[in-house]
Write a protein that binds this ligand. Structure first.
Ligand SMILES: NC(=O)c1ccc[n+]([C@@H]2O[C@H](COP(=O)([O-])OP(=O)(O)OC[C@H]3O[C@@H](n4cnc5c(N)ncnc54)[C@H](O)[C@@H]3O)[C@@H](O)[C@H]2O)c1
Length: 268
């Protein structure tokens, strides 16, 4: 018998049709998770991922819809039923070129907090959650804005913080800074259940999301990085699956930067 026992329960992936989320779902299957709930905007987009997993004998539930829908957390728990949660990899998110600043905050921040609130009481002993932040979260939005977004979300959600946000880029940076803060803040509560939570900050990764963000700034970051190439989605998935594995059982409340050394090359 191995020293490391995987938590019982279901593995949940949000953004499961996406560049990184689809790889996370696939690798969770390879790692032996046999019950998964996959979430993305609609079920049809997740069909190829689900079929591949079902072919291995895994039981797959699909949940299509906006993670910002107030009904989403309840729908997720309905899919879960009486089972507990062994792993969560929350990748669903949007980047600055995709929508308005307000919507970026709703998707990346408010929905993340709502998901964390929903899963916290249902985590299995030994379970773990990974929240996708971003390398961009390490850039400052200004001291006051940084502090506001690192604090617990106000009762009215990110709408109460809009005055700190000048544009879509800042909305993205601050939303992801807040995601890192959520993981840090929630570690104690998850720990009380014998569970863990952390964030993961991708650098520039070879997905369609990143293609939309290509500009002089990202090109300079890429060429200056310790590893001057785009990250592969499978590399991010491998790091995520490690973080939810029992081998990572003493890691919680922190952020893992998977950025090819882009931030460290900037002295961050
Ligand atoms: N690609 C990069 O270079 C990069 C860099 C840093 C951080 N990230 C973060 O990593 C995560 C995954 O990025 P990706 O490159 O795989 O992106 P992607 O666009 O390929 O996948 C994101 C998935 O999230 C889903 N999604 C978006 N909004 C949703 C909503 N409101 N409700 C339900 N589902 C929704 C999309 O349908 C999509 O399938 C994101 O949170 C992103 O911010 C990406």
């Amino acid at each position: 018998m191995t020293e490391f026992q995987r938590a019982d329960g279901v593995a949940i992936v949000t953004g499961a049709a996406g560049g990184m989320g689809s790889h996370c779902a696939r690798l969770l299957g390879e790692a032996g998770w046999t019950e998964l709930i996959l979430c993305d905007l609609d079920e049809a987009r997740m069909a190829p991922v689900a079929e591949a997993l079902r072919a291995t004998g895994a039981k797959i539930d699909l949940l299509g819809g906006q993670i910002t829908d107030p009904a989403f957390p309840g729908q997720l728990l309905d899919k879960l039923g009486a089972r507990s949660i062994g792993a969560v990899i929350h990748t669903a998110g949007v980047s600055p070129h995709m929508t308005t600043a307000e919507r970026i905050l709703q998707i990346n921040l408010d929905a993340t907090q709502a998901i964390v609130d929903a899963i916290r009481p249902r985590m299995a002993q030994g379970g773990a959650a990974v929240l996708y932040a971003s390398m961009a979260s390490y850039f400052s939005g200004g001291a006051e804005a940084d502090a506001a977004f690192e604090a617990p979300l106000p009762a009215g959600g990110s709408a109460e913080l809009m005055h700190f946000v000048a544009n879509e880029g800042m909305a993205y940076t601050l939303s992801k800074r807040a995601v890192r803060a959520i993981a840090k803040r929630e570690a104690k509560g998850f720990g009380e259940r014998g569970a863990r939570i952390m964030s993961l900050s991708p650098g520039l990764i070879d997905t369609s999301m990143n293609a939309g963000e290509a500009n002089d700034h990202t090109a300079a970051m890429l060429s200056g990085a310790a590893l001057p190439r785009l990250g592969r989605p499978a590399e991010l998935a491998a790091a995520s699956v490690f973080l939810v594995s029992p081998q990572a059982g003493f890691i919680t409340g922190c952020d893992l930067r998977v950025d090819g050394g882009a931030l460290s090359s900037l002295g961050i």
